[in-house]
Design a protein around this ligand. Structure first.
Ligand code: CA2
Length: 148
C-alpha cells in the first residue's frame, strides 16, 4: 500500500466558491473525496493538506520524507514563484507529480514557467479536477514500476 501526500496551495480552498468560470464548480472537499476513492481503487492511501502559506507547504514536504512514498502537488501561484517549494521537493527526493486544474500554457505568460516541473517526474495540466485523479494514477503506476 503506497502512502501519498496531496498538497493544495494558495487559494485552492476557494474552489467552487469563487470564479467557477476559470476553476470550475467542484469544491476542494469534493476533489479530496474523489482522490480518497481513487486511492483505494489503485491500492494507495492519501493524506491531504491545503495551505495558503509557502512555509507551511515547505514544512509539509519535509515531514513527508519519512511518512509517504510520493507527492501530488498543485502549488497554485507558488508554482510560478517558489524556489523554496522546488528546493524542498528536490531535498526530500520523493517522486512528485505536479498538477493544475487549468492548462497553464493557455493562460498568461507568467503562468507558463513552473519552478516545480524540473524536480517533478511529470506534470498534468488542464483537466480540471481530473488532473488530480490522473496525477495520482500516474504516480502510483510509477511507484509500482519502481517497486518491481
Ligand atoms: O490551474 C491551477 O490549478 C493553478 O495552479 C491554480 C492557481 C494559479 O495561480 C495557477 O497559475 C494555476 C490559482 C488557484 C486559485 O484558485 C482559486 C479558486 C477559486 C477562486 C479563486 C481562486
Amino acid at each position: 500500500m503506497f502512502s501519498i501526500l496531496v498538497l493544495h496551495g494558495p487559494n485552492l480552498n476557494l474552489l467552487g466558491k469563487r470564479e467557477p468560470g476559470v476553476y470550475g464548480s467542484v469544491p476542494l472537499e469534493a476533489i479530496n473525496s474523489l482522490l480518497e476513492n481513487e486511492a483505494k481503487a489503485v491500492g494507495a492511501i492519501v493524506s491531504i493538506f491545503q495551505s495558503n502559506h509557502e512555509g507551511a507547504l515547505v514544512d509539509a514536504i519535509h515531514a513527508a520524507a519519512d511518512r509517504h512514498q510520493g507527492l501530488v502537488i498543485n502549488a497554485g501561484a507558488y508554482t510560478h514563484t517558489s524556489v523554496a517549494i522546488r528546493d524542498a521537493i528536490a531535498a526530500v527526493n520523493l517522486p512528485t507529480v505536479e498538477v493544475h486544474l487549468s492548462n497553464i500554457y493557455r493562460r498568461e505568460e507568467f503562468r507558463h514557467h513552473s519552478y516545480i516541473a524540473p524536480v517533478a517526474i511529470g506534470q498534468i495540466s488542464g483537466f480540471g479536477s481530473d488532473s488530480y485523479i490522473l496525477g495520482l494514477q500516474a504516480l502510483v503506476r510509477h511507484l509500482k514500476k519502481s517497486a518491481r
